[in-house]
Design a protein around this ligand. Structure first.
Ligand code: FMN
Length: 209
């Protein structure tokens, strides 16, 4: 696929088939993860690639519980009042579907980052793992595989870490279900470049871009 077609049609794909992803395809995807940048090239990342059926099912249960926790947060609970055919309503329906079916995705990747002793989690911690996460999702898209960056598993982080044997000094940054999509890829709805990018200083219109 053309690079720009990949990047502009990669979006949250939460309705996934249960069909297995071949090992060579998975290997190709994971090879892009380890090409991502990290602070000081520390490569302090780890990826637990979960294919085992029982572990995926348990992750699915924990994710469903996490979804229940999320729905107690006023902002998200409020979204349930949006019309079903509005962008927010559609996103909620899609996210709810994943809440109920995550464990059925054939592969679930836990992207993790190891903290230095005494260092607290900060924006820069995430900056050393999310580029790798994006690489995974872009590579998946290029290969016709859907994915979604999720983080609500952190409502059940202790249980997730115990299930997968993740050490205490390692943070789980993202849980990414992978699978061939039931729906179609497409350009996601976004604010325009003109709204969010400025020329030379904050607030100055970029003009022709
Ligand atoms: C930091 C972050 C956390 C996210 N967490 C979740 C999540 O826990 N569950 C979920 O279904 N989607 C999650 N998403 C996906 C977003 O909802 C999605 O990227 C956004 O709605 C745009 O979707 P689109 O690309 O299909 O337009 C997360 C995305 C980001 C960047």
């Amino acid at each position: 696929m053309d690079f720009f077609d990949v990047v502009t049609t990669q979006r949250a794909m939460r309705r996934l088939k249960t069909d297995a992803i071949p090992d060579d395809v998975l290997k190709k995807i994971m090879d892009t993860a380890i090409c991502a940048p990290s602070g000081g090239n520390r490569q302090n990342w780890s990826f637990v690639v979960v294919r085992d059926q029982a572990r995926r099912a348990r992750l699915g249960e924990l994710y469903r519980e996490a979804w229940g926790e999320l729905m107690k947060v006023p902002y998200y609970a409020g979204a349930t009042k949006e019309p079903a055919d509005s962008p927010a309503g559609k996103m909620l329906a899609s996210a709810r579907h994943l809440g109920e079916h995550l464990g059925e995705a054939p592969v679930i990747v836990l992207a993790c980052v190891t903290l230095d002793p005494g260092v607290r989690v900060s924006l820069t911690t995430g900056a050393s793992i999310y580029p790798a996460v994006q690489n995974i999702m872009l590579a998946a898209r290029a290969l016709g595989i859907g994915s979604c960056l999720t983080t609500i598993h952190r409502f059940r982080d202790a249980q997730v870490k115990e299930l997968l044997g993740i050490p205490a000094d390692v943070e789980t940054a993202a849980l990414i279900p992978l699978g061939y999509p039931l729906g179609r890829f497409g350009r996601p709805p976004r604010r325009s470049v003109g709204e969010v990018a400025f020329a030379d200083r904050w607030g100055r219109a970029l003009g022709s871009l």
